[in-house]
Design a binder for this molecule. Structure first.
Ligand code: ZN
Length: 362
């Protein structure tokens, strides 16, 4: 019998899936099925105890290109046997459009909580998160992936905090008033573009003051160091891997990994096959051992206290033998087989996240 660890997870796009593809209905989340990666039955089956539920604003429909692979606007090529791709950078979002979309997705998360009959709770404090995990109630943290719905006076930041926002990624890949993101491109490093704008620097300080976690995944390297220089909280990348093993700019260089560890922060391992594989290919026929390879590398480099999980469920392509949230016991079993102890697994699956959030939230 495989042990089921309670997995608190760094990143999912389940709200986007339900909002865009299923007209904002909560029923499919509770009933479950084969679509996507997370719903309540599959969460229960796999020990998915909760996580950061991302509010991500997609491009307006008229601007969405025909999709190649799973990234819009991607051009791939194979020159001399080597594989490469580059996605065209989407245009910055209009504040009004972003705000309308964010409102719809936040409302959807509230609806999931309200319709769940006590099975889902939106957590706003570390004690609430711990209690939810102990009680087997699915714990959702409201996270924004990109700050496009926040004005540069930061008034909206305060309003969203009052509405439960506890985690903010300054950018997705497109740039905004606060900073610059990394493109979807392979092979490439994250040192692309300028650092945070003045508004971005004020945003980091205000997040510290309020107790909102700042997420470094998707931020370019200059922005990463700007956050590191001024934040009072541990550094966190919710869904990124090791650049040394897969040369995607979405992954962290050794120097960035070291900085996360020095701050007592955490990196959530991303299961997207294109951010795992050494060849960067978005190929579903990818072994679970690719996730293990990144886990071992990071544990050796920065220690198991700084390693966590950040699936990217419902927003990326999963290895076939993981499949979805119900497959999590196969991943934890593979980590045990690779030499991680039971104590290590407790840290990686939820305890490290609780520690970091206790230090970050107030
Ligand atoms: Zn993401």
């Amino acid at each position: 019998m495989t042990k089921k660890y309670p997995v608190f997870d760094g990143h999912n796009d389940t709200l986007l899936r339900l909002f865009e593809k299923e007209d904002g209905q909560t029923q499919s989340f509770f009933q479950g099925g084969e679509k996507g990666h997370i719903d309540l039955p599959r969460a229960r089956a796999g020990g998915f105890a909760g996580g950061f539920f991302a509010v991500f604003v997609p491009n307006p429909r008229e601007e969405q290109d025909a999709e190649v692979d799973d990234f819009p606007g991607t051009k791939s090529s194979a020159k001399g046997g080597g594989f490469a791709y580059e996605m065209s950078m989407p245009a910055p979002l209009d504040f009004g459009y972003a705000t309308r979309t964010v409102m719809g997705m936040v409302r959807l998360l509230y609806a999931i909580e309200a319709d769940s009959q006590g099975e889902v709770t939106i957590v706003r404090a570390a004690e609430e998160l711990e209690r939810a995990i102990d009680d087997g109630v699915l714990a959702a943290v409201l996270h924004f992936e990109g700050a496009e719905a926040i004005d540069t006076d930061l008034n909206a930041l305060h309003v969203y905090y009052a509405a439960g926002l506890r985690s903010l990624g300054i950018v997705w890949s497109r740039h905004n008033a606060f900073g610059y993101g990394v493109p979807f491109k392979y092979p490439a490093g994250p040192d692309i573009g300028p650092g945070l704008t003045d508004a971005g620097k004020r945003l980091v300080t205000e997040c510290n003051t309020l107790g909102i976690m700042v997420d470094l995944s998707h931020l370019n390297e200059a922005g990463f160091w700007d956050v590191a220089a001024r934040t009072s909280a541990p550094l966190v990348a919710t869904h990124s891997n090791a650049h040394a093993l897969c040369a995607s700019p979405r992954n962290l260089t050794d120097k960035q990994l070291d900085a996360v560890a020095e701050s007592n922060g955490v990196v959530g391992l991303n299961y997207h096959v294109g951010f795992l594989r050494a060849d960067g290919r978005s190929d579903q026929e990818t072994s679970l051992s690719e996730i293990v390879r990144h886990a071992v590398y990071m544990a050796d480099r920065i220690g198991v206290d700084h390693l966590a999980l950040g699936s990217d469920f419902d927003g990326a392509k999963m290895p076939a033998d993981l499949k979805d949230a119900a497959g999590l016991p196969r991943l934890t079993a593979a980590l045990l087989d690779a030499g991680f102890s039971d104590d290590d697994l407790m840290k990686i699956t939820h305890q490290n996240w609780i520690r970091v959030l206790r230090q970050t939230w107030r």
